[in-house]
Design a protein around this ligand. Structure first.
Ligand SMILES: Cc1cc2nc3c(=O)[nH]c(=O)nc-3n(C[C@H](O)[C@H](O)[C@H](O)COP(=O)(O)OP(=O)(O)OC[C@H]3O[C@@H](n4cnc5c(N)ncnc54)[C@H](O)[C@@H]3O)c2cc1C
Length: 275
């Protein structure tokens, strides 16, 4: 849609060119959300595409994803064969309710910064123990664990003007086994539940990431593989009965049920031999 409050669009060659941040400014990534509804508080868009950040880079430590990497680019990523968790990347890209047009424009960073409960790029990067690099407008870059970035429905730790620059997925997490469960009330609908389990190849651990059923992603980490009873207890300790996120994509009670159901399903899958 036309944003009739926007009077200028800036195209900086470097993020450092944006020094004084004020109300009315907004970073523009793929624009799929920004242009989907009126932005009455915004008068200036600052386009990130001219920054020309390398979308994806394999390093000895893992995978670096630029915030401006498009979801379609991430989907096309060919991972080294030893990264057993890499199929999760495509599965999570497919978990977004998105037309072809959205998929090719929306960015990984835009999805994360929207900080919606059903943000599949959030689920992916939290489950794979990601670390985000944030660029404040003033001061040194800082790093935040993916599971600490989103603080609630549509809220996160970004300060005014702070930019999400990149997402690091460590090779140690990419070499784990994974199990994924997702459900939507409608075909290709927004996730009502998106749960991911990971398990090291050489350890008896379990890391369970719960998203979409709660306002922000939650993680349960077990050093020793849990029984069904231990898993359920841990969920109850982490999420109070009224801590589930009810919306048009599923009631809180339904999402609570899915959380128990998928968590146990994932536990059973990862308890069995490799995938
Ligand atoms: C039809 C439709 C269906 C959708 N379904 C889903 C769904 O199922 N699940 C889901 O999670 N979301 C869904 N969304 C919302 C989706 O999360 C966003 O449209 C998309 O991910 C935003 O990416 P973008 O690159 O287009 O961001 P933009 O629209 O450009 O920006 C989104 C917001 O993030 C900020 N931002 C962007 N990049 C950065 C950055 N690097 N640093 C700091 N701030 C930044 C912008 O200022 C803006 O506030 C849907 C949207 C549409 C239109």
């Amino acid at each position: 849609m036309n944003l009739n409050t926007v009077t200028s669009v800036l195209h900086p060659g470097s993020a450092d060119e944006i020094t004084g941040w004020r109300n009315g400014y907004a970073w523009l990534a793929g624009g799929t959300w920004l242009f989907s509804e009126p932005q009455i508080a915004t008068d200036t868009l600052i386009d990130l595409q001219q920054l020309n950040w390398l979308a994806l880079e394999i390093t000895p430590d893992g995978l670096e994803i630029a915030a401006t990497c498009r979801i379609a680019e991430l989907y096309g990523f060919a991972a080294p064969p030893q990264w057993t968790a890499a199929p999760l990347i495509r599965t999570c890209c497919n978990a977004l309710l998105a037309s072809f047009k959205i998929w090719n424009a929306a960015t990984v960073g835009g999805n994360i910064c929207m900080s919606l409960p059903a943000g599949a790029m959030i689920s992916l990067t939290v489950a794979l123990e990601g670390v985000y690099t944030l660029w404040p407008r003033q001061g040194a870059p800082r790093q935040v664990a993916a599971n600490e970035f989103v603080t609630g429905n549509h809220t996160n730790v970004l300060q005014p003007g702070e930019l999400l620059r990149a997402i690091h997925l460590p090779a140690t997490a990419l070499r784990k086994r994974v199990a994924f469960r997702q459900s939507s009330l409608t075909h290709l609908g927004r996730s009502a539940a998106l749960l991911i389990g990971t398990r090291s190849l050489d350890a008896d651990d379990l890391l369970l990431t719960i998203s979409a059923t709660t306002p922000r992603p939650l993680q349960l980490r077990f050093a020793a593989f849990p029984s069904a009873k231990m898993l359920r207890q841990a969920i109850d300790e982490q999420i109070p009965a009224d801590g589930y996120f009810g919306d048009v994509h599923g009631s809180a009670a339904y999402k609570r049920h899915l959380t128990y159901y998928f968590a146990e399903d994932i536990r059973t899958e990862l308890a069995a031999g490799g995938s």
